[in-house]
Design a protein. Structure first.
Length: 194
């Protein structure tokens, strides 16, 4: 089974609370994204795992009721609102119980527009990382090395010296990877942002 071509199928399977394998795959696919968003909302590392568990539990409870409706809301939008609301509710609950007052000062919580922008940035990074991971299997030789080195800010000259390539070869390899990366990002967006 091609894991990257079945996200929609996975979403439908994960909606079934009895499909443990689908739920575990769903968690593995989104866990990194969820952790980053949770940390951006509340930078308390002491609570991030607790918040992640609360978010996952809320997703598990709510997912069976989620309906794919491109006109109304994309899955990402639904997921972002659910994460934000769950974490903010947990913060309020913790504050009421006075367990962690110093770690959760109101001035460190982002406003709703800031939070929405942060979630959007993190989603784009998540999609880019997935796309890069997916296409890296397609290339052999020095293509991925050239592309990664250019992402790290190395000049074509230093890449050519280090990998013993001509500038033409380096540009060709870099552009070939970039072309596939852009295509994969579009594919993932189409698949995951419905």
């Amino acid at each position: 089974m091609d894991n990257w071509n079945t996200r929609q199928t996975l979403l439908m399977r994960a909606k079934n609370p009895d499909d443990q394998a689908a739920w575990e795959e769903f968690v593995a696919y989104y866990k990194g994204f969820l952790k980053v968003v949770i940390y951006k909302i509340n930078p308390s590392t002491a609570l991030s795992e607790d918040f992640l568990q609360s978010v996952l539990l809320e997703i598990w409870r709510s997912l069976p009721r989620f309906e794919v409706d491109v006109e109304r809301a994309k899955f990402r939008t639904w997921l972002s609102v659910l994460v934000r609301n769950t974490v903010l509710n947990q913060i309020k609950k913790e504050q009421k119980q006075n367990k962690i007052r110093k770690e959760l000062e109101p001035h460190i919580q982002p406003s709703e527009p800031e939070l929405d922008q942060m979630v959007q940035r993190e989603w784009e990074l998540h999609i880019s990382r997935l796309a890069l991971e997916n296409i890296s299997k397609r290339f052999t030789g020095k293509a991925m090395e050239v592309f990664n080195m250019s992402l790290q800010g190395q000049s074509i000259g230093s890449i050519c010296n280090e990998l013993e390539l001509t500038p033409e070869s380096a540009y060709t390899l870099k552009n070939r990877v970039k072309k596939y990366l852009v295509r994969e990002i579009k594919r993932l967006r189409s698949e995951l942002e419905q």
